[in-house]
Design a protein around this ligand. Structure first.
Ligand code: SAH
Length: 424
């Protein structure tokens, strides 16, 4: 058995470890659901000897998850799911103070990024945890010899789940994977309230602009888009929604936003945030029509929602005017500002989603691994929803931790709800 040791780890600066531990503890205060699970599984040791290979954003929240898995008996190897999202102090704390093998440096280049994923694969994981399906992709392409070790996996994010479903439909997926993102206690809170807030946080930390009175264009009205739009509105922006799905467009319209094609919105917006999970949403033909000083950023999956190569081509030059703010001198004479290289604004320019929502996402991660192990070989290679009672359990514990209670149905209400005879 190969177990990555902390000496094999690769992090930026181990001297940051104690500061990292303090911040991990701070995040942990907002993660009561995960703490309750940790308390139970530290006793029960359901993951004893299990090799887990995780490719997630290396943050203080993920650190709490990794510690929980370790306390449940697992040997965990962790790498970053994005080259820019690593919090170096959290990574250092995991290695030095927790003895968890971690391979992640903020700002690592593409080669290092993949070398770090390979380092996790070298530990021959039995369970994979992905945020964007990078581990799954490598296992199914260049590292197929490792597939027989794998018992199951989890996927954290929307785009990853879409890819896995495509793999399952083509019959190429080799092991069962639980789509954590599909838990309601994940996407309704992490994607909506988490990214809704943290994307604005990234915008403000990068630019310090006033939002009130500006026109903000949000591309995509999925869970992330809804969250970002409502936070913009709350801060006094005029919000325009861009969509391709008629139902979502309609929902945005009835939520009180203006809905229009990107070609129209491009001329009106002061700030643009893409949240579609698609590509080239703001593209070559739109840059010439943007207002002078327009700010463009992305809070969706990858850095290709904005067609950056086209922007580069149409520009006479660029310079960094503030950290994470790139000023492009467009050939039209206008200035266009691109934030965080078009990568996840909330991870790069802020601190990603707050712990209070990651609490539920990561509780889902842990319970999903337990579910995979319990169901064992009965789960054929496919993409699975989280078990039904998991959402209710997590939501109950969370509400309880927030000091709020809900009612239970009376017997009469239960009978009423299950009867077809009670009419008008
Ligand atoms: N992996 C892709 C994008 C996915 S980012 C990429 O890097 O390009 C979106 C995911 O980040 C969400 O599903 C969310 O659960 C996760 N996330 C957000 N805040 C986080 C945090 N503080 N710690 C760990 N993961 C976080």
């Amino acid at each position: 058995m190969t177990v990555a040791t902390k000496s094999q780890s690769d992090v930026a600066d181990l001297r940051l470890a104690d500061a990292g531990s303090r911040r991990i503890e701070w995040a942990g205060r907002e993660m009561p659901v995960l703490a309750a699970i940790r308390e139970r599984i530290a006793r029960e040791q359901p993951f004893k000897g299990l090799r887990i290979g995780a490719c997630l954003h290396v943050t203080t929240e993920t650190a709490n998850l990794a510690i929980t898995l370790r306390d449940a008996g697992a040997s965990v190897a962790l790498c970053a799911s994005n080259p820019l999202s690593t919090q170096d102090d959290a990574a250092a704390a995991l290695v030095k103070n927790e003895g968890i093998a971690t391979f992640a440096r903020k700002g690592e280049d593409r080669d290092t990024y993949y070398r770090h994923i390979e380092a996790v694969l070298e530990t021959k994981p039995e369970i994979t945890m992905d945020d964007g399906a990078d581990v799954v992709t490598l296992l199914h392409t260049t590292r197929r010899e490792l597939l027989p070790n794998v018992r199951g996996g989890t996927e954290e994010t929307t785009t990853g789940v879409i890819r896995l479903r495509a793999m399952a439909a083509e019959g190429v997926l080799a092991y069962p994977i639980v789509a954590v993102n599909e838990a309601r206690t994940k996407h309704m809170f992490d994607n909506q309230y988490g990214t809704g807030q943290s994307a604005i946080d990234g915008l403000l930390r990068a630019t310090n602009i006033l939002i009130a009175g500006k026109t903000a264009v949000v591309a995509g009205y999925g869970w992330v888009g809804r969250g970002v739009a409502s936070r913009f509105r709350g801060m006094g922006a005029n919000v325009i929604i861009v969509e391709v799905d008629p139902l979502r467009g309609l929902e945005a319209a009835m939520d009180g936003y203006l809905v229009m094609p990107i070609a129209e919105a491009a001329k009106r917006g002061d700030i643009f945030i893409t949240t579609t999970g698609s590509i080239n949403v703001i593209r070559a033909e739109h840059f010439p029509t943007l207002k002078d000083g327009a700010i463009v950023a992305n809070a969706g999956h990858f850095n290709d929602e904005i067609e950056i190569p086209a922007l580069e081509k149409q520009s006479k030059g660029k310079r960094t005017v503030r950290t994470f703010v790139e000023e492009y001198s467009h050939e039209s004479g206008k200035k266009i500002f691109l934030l965080a290289e078009g990568r996840l604004l909330n991870h790069v320019a802020a601190e990603a989603n707050p712990a209070a929502v990651m609490d539920m996402s990561f509780a889902n991660q842990v319970l999903s691994i337990e579910y995979l192990l319990k169901r064992g070989k009965r789960l054929k290679p496919d993409v699975y929803a989280v078990p039904e009672d998991q959402d209710a359990l997590i939501a109950r514990v969370k509400l309880d931790a927030m000091g709020m209670k809900i009612d239970r149905m009376t017997d009469a209400q239960k009978t009423y709800a299950s009867s077809w005879k009670a009419g008008t």
